[in-house]
Design a protein around this ligand. Structure first.
Ligand code: EPU
Length: 336
């Protein structure tokens, strides 16, 4: 089904709940519908692909075409000795897919429970949490190239995944619409419980199984992260910065309790939430914009904030982290 609507209200299509419009909104639920659209209409200069809207911030109304791919359905497409291959439409809500996989006792996605957004965004920003990234489970990504109007397919390797990064945010930015993703899930689970207190929290529920891991991750997330249905937010606003080992070691001599994680042989990942908290921002609120009281990486809209105000706050945070620590924060949220 196609929906093509002028002057469309995006308030419920962005998890910051910003009251913005788009000049034109195009939703499709089948690959052929997108291909038909591209055959009959020329793409305007300004367009944007919007999935679940949980990782972007509109500064103003969007004066262009908003493309909303909404393919539904999850199905098994293959099986071998150890794995089941599930293909999910890009419009499937991410957590519905995780819930379903856990229900069928397939393992691999349980650490990624309750991440807001749709399946289509998972490969684009390589979503991750609690020691697992989408890339660990993505087998294939299918989509349509907006320039050639051809159906395209990418293997895991071709996606060039990195920390919250992929080819779809770089060379292919705005060129490919992801329409479905094939995930490779374990029949015989191997759990990843290395992150923080995950293992001990799961143990409290008794047996270590996919369902208990999911439940634990949900409890941890609910205790730290605001529910976008209640308070507008887009999860982590910034990425955890990656710096040289030398730089991290120097910082560590001054700030002994700075949390650091090995990123590669030469590089270290720092906890942006810690840096922001130490600059005094945690729980900050001015009017309807603020920093979440339980997780300083999350910027929130308490009601009627404007996109520009949220961006202004993010700039203030960036500046103060740079002044205190000499660390440049990059936004994870896509600012439009
Ligand atoms: N920390 C603070 N203060 C804070 C927040 C964190 O001191 O306000 C410290 C924590 O005590 C801990 C360290 O920073 O020592 C890391 O904190 P946490 O475990 O909460 O994770 P994070 O690095 O802040 C990342 C992801 C989250 C993901 C969690 C759990 C990024 C940008 N964020 O946050 O992802 O849920 O790990 O795996 O990588 C998202 O991307 O939207 C997101 C929520």
């Amino acid at each position: 089904m196609i929906r093509l609507i002028d002057n469309f209200d995006l308030t419920t299509y962005n998890s910051f709940n910003l009251k913005v419009n788009t000049d034109r909104f195009f939703e499709f639920t089948e690959v052929e519908e997108l291909q038909f659209f591209l055959q009959t209409e020329k793409l305007p200069e300004k367009y944007l692909v919007l999935g679940g809207g949980s990782n972007l911030l509109f500064q103003n109304n969007f004066e262009g075409l908003l493309i909303h791919p909404n393919l539904q359905g999850v199905g098994e497409i293959n099986e071998d000795r150890n794995y089941i291959y599930l293909e999910a439409g890009c419009g499937v809500e991410w957590d519905d897919l995780v819930r379903l996989s856990v229900q069928y006792e397939l393992s691999g996605l349980e650490n990624l429970s309750l991440i807001p957004g749709n399946v289509g965004a998972a490969p684009v920003q390589n979503i991750g949490a609690y020691g697992v990234e989408a890339k660990d489970r993505i087998h294939l990504v299918r989509g349509v190239n907006l320039e050639s109007n051809e159906v395209v397919e990418f293997t895991n390797e071709e996606c060039k995944f990195g920390y919250r990064n992929s080819i779809f945010k770089n060379e292919l930015k705005n060129k490919v619409v992801v329409t479905s993703v094939v995930f490779k899930l374990d029949k015989f689970p191997e759990f990843n419980l290395e992150y923080g207190a995950l293992k001990s929290e799961v143990d409290k529920l008794g047996e270590v199984n996919t369902s208990n891991v999911r439940q634990t991750v949900i409890s941890i997330r609910e205790s730290k992260l605001p529910d976008p249905a209640k308070v507008g937010n887009a999860g982590s606003f910034f990425k955890n910065p990656i710096v040289s080992n030398d730089f991290a070691n120097r910082l560590k001599t001054t700030f002994k309790d700075l949390p650091v994680y090995a990123s590669s042989e030469e590089q270290t990942k720092l906890a942006a939430g810690w840096l922001i908290e130490k600059c005094g921002w945690k729980g900050f609120r001015e009017g309807d914009v603020g920093v979440h009281p339980n997780q300083a990486l999350v910027i929130v809209n308490y009601g009627n904030a404007k996109g520009e105000q949220l961006v202004h706050l993010s700039t203030q945070i960036k500046n103060s982290v740079f002044e205190k620590f000499g660390v440049q924060l990059d936004t994870e949220v896509n600012i439009i």
